[in-house]
Design a protein around this ligand. Structure first.
Ligand SMILES: NC(=O)c1ccc[n+]([C@@H]2O[C@H](COP(=O)([O-])OP(=O)(O)OC[C@H]3O[C@@H](n4cnc5c(N)ncnc54)[C@H](OP(=O)(O)O)[C@@H]3O)[C@@H](O)[C@H]2O)c1
Length: 272
């Protein structure tokens, strides 16, 4: 793992966003602000919003891949990746293109992309560790994880990374496997606890402690993300199952300790 501090070059890019949902739209706004030229395609017709943002929207996948992109940025859900890539007519891509993704798991897209993409296409796997809520006031000091999986056109890759670097992101280069191991212990755990708190229907009270305010925030930010995203974090990260088991086991341990102390206390009180 290494923290990178500067990248050498930057130029205006033609970026094709594949999957124009919440996160694709969020990224697009900053890319446009920086002067990049954007095109998009998605399952749903987002053409009205794209018109407002100055983005060309393609309903037809072939027209999208033929639209001369420097970068195709995959912003689809984790669960739909494989199906979408199968339907992408890659043989109509006109020139070597950088294929990048922003999925919140990394080994899975890395493997799928290497499997389906033609050898001449470069592959950059990334995970911006922020979203529309945490990044709403800018991306400064927010972490951007990436692995240069197969890069020959360093200039395009570096210009793409510059989008995040120039916003002040902390650039963290690490392998997709390292990412998934750490993400299972941090991001997946946070989302799981948020979902558990949501199942428990925790609510604000007139006497919230700071700690409880934090729990409410964890619950709220977790359920703002789609259930597709959360299940993708579990299904396509091989380290997530272990963390779920660790959480269950730890809850059992805490309960056991409390019951033991309760028993000891009641025995002591009995002796008095
Ligand atoms: N939200 C975040 O904070 C965040 C942060 C970092 C990375 N990411 C990653 O960014 C990606 C997008 O996340 P998201 O928050 O926008 O929500 P998401 O629910 O993970 O993905 C929504 C996107 O996937 C598309 N999609 C879902 N099912 C599909 C299907 N069966 N066929 C075709 N397209 C399908 C949607 O298309 P339509 O809109 O056209 O229906 C939309 O573009 C995910 O891979 C996520 O892991 C998200």
């Amino acid at each position: 793992m290494s923290v990178s501090t500067s990248s050498s070059s930057s130029r205006t890019l033609k970026i094709g966003i594949l999957g124009f949902g919440t996160f694709g739209q969020f990224l697009a706004k900053t890319m446009i602000k920086q002067g990049h030229i954007l095109q998009a395609t998605s399952r749903t017709d987002h053409s009205q919003l794209c018109d407002q943002l100055g983005i060309s929207f393609f309903r037809d996948l072939r027209a999208f891949v033929e639209a001369d992109n420097d970068v195709i940025l995959i912003c689809t859900s984790i669960l739909s990746l494989s199906q979408i890539l199968k339907s992408l007519p890659l043989n109509f891509v006109k020139r070597p293109t950088l294929i990048a993704d922003v999925l919140s798991v990394k080994e899975y897209p890395r493997n799928v992309l290497l499997q389906v993409l033609p050898e001449e296409m470069d592959v950059l796997c990334t995970h911006p560790m922020f979203g529309p809520e945490s990044g709403k006031d800018g991306w400064k000091d927010l972490t951007f994880v990436f692995e240069k999986v197969r890069i020959r056109d360093e200039e395009t890759c570096s210009s793409f990374l510059q989008i995040f670097e120039s916003e002040g992101c902390k650039m963290l280069e690490m392998s997709c496997e390292e990412h998934d191991k750490a993400a299972a212990k941090s991001q997946f755990l946070t989302h799981t606890i948020g979902r558990v708190l949501s199942e428990m229907e925790i609510q604000s009270t007139p006497m919230n402690t700071k700690g409880f305010e934090t729990l409410l925030q964890v619950k709220e930010s977790s359920v703002k993300n789609s259930f597709d995203l959360f299940s993708g974090l579990f299904i396509h990260n091989k380290f997530a199952m272990q963390e779920l088991q660790n959480l269950e086991f730890a809850l059992g341990k805490v309960k056991e300790k409390l019951l033991k102390r309760m028993e000891e206390t009641s025995l002591n009180e009995h002796k008095l």
